[in-house]
Design a protein around this ligand. Structure first.
Ligand code: TYD
Length: 131
C-alpha cells in the first residue's frame, strides 16, 4: 500500500468552451482498486452522514456538486476539510473516523470505495480507533 494517510488529491481536469470534465482511473488519480461507487444526496439541512470508520475499506470522497465539510479522526487528532470542487477528492484510508456535515442545498458526495459493501467492516465504536 503506497498511501496510508489522508490526502487531498487533485483530479485530472479538462476544460474547454463547452465545459469541464474530470476523470479517475484505477491507480491513476485514485490509489486503490475500485470495487464500489456510491453517492449521497438529498441530505436534509442540519443532518450528517458517516459517524464510523472501516477496518479495511479505503475511500475517495468528492463533492460532485455543492459543498460539505468532512471531519476525519484517527482517534487522537482531527482534520477538517471543506469539499466544494468536483476536481478534487479526499483519500481516506481505512481506520479513519469520518463525519460529513454542513451539506449545502443540492450537495452531492460521490464516493469511490476499495471494497464491496460489508456491514462487518464498520467500526462504530470510536474508542476502537486508538487500539
Ligand atoms: P452508511 O454507510 O451508514 O451511510 P453513511 O456512512 O453515509 O451515513 O449506509 C447507510 C445505509 O446504506 C445502510 O443501511 C447500509 C446501506 N449501504 C449499502 O447497502 N451499500 C453501501 O455500499 C453503502 C455505503 C451503504
Amino acid at each position: 500500500m503506497e498511501l496510508l494517510y489522508v490526502k487531498k488529491i487533485k483530479l485530472q481536469r479538462y476544460c474547454d468552451n463547452h465545459g469541464k470534465l474530470s476523470v479517475i482511473e484505477e491507480y491513476k488519480g485514485i490509489p486503490f482498486e475500485i470495487n464500489r461507487v456510491y453517492w449521497i444526496y438529498d441530505v436534509p439541512c442540519g443532518e450528517s452522514r458517516g459517524g464510523h470508520a472501516y477496518y479495511e475499506n479505503n475511500e475517495l470522497v468528492i463533492a460532485i456538486s455543492g459543498c460539505f465539510d468532512l471531519i476525519l479522526s484517527d482517534g487522537v487528532s482531527e482534520m477538517r476539510y471543506t469539499l466544494n470542487r468536483p476536481d478534487e477528492g479526499i483519500f481516506i484510508p481505512a481506520g479513519f473516523w469520518r463525519e460529513l456535515i454542513n451539506f449545502s442545498t443540492n450537495a452531492q458526495a460521490l464516493i469511490f470505495a476499495s471494497t464491496k459493501y460489508n456491514p462487518n467492516d464498520y467500526i462504530i465504536n470510536k474508542n476502537e480507533l486508538v487500539k
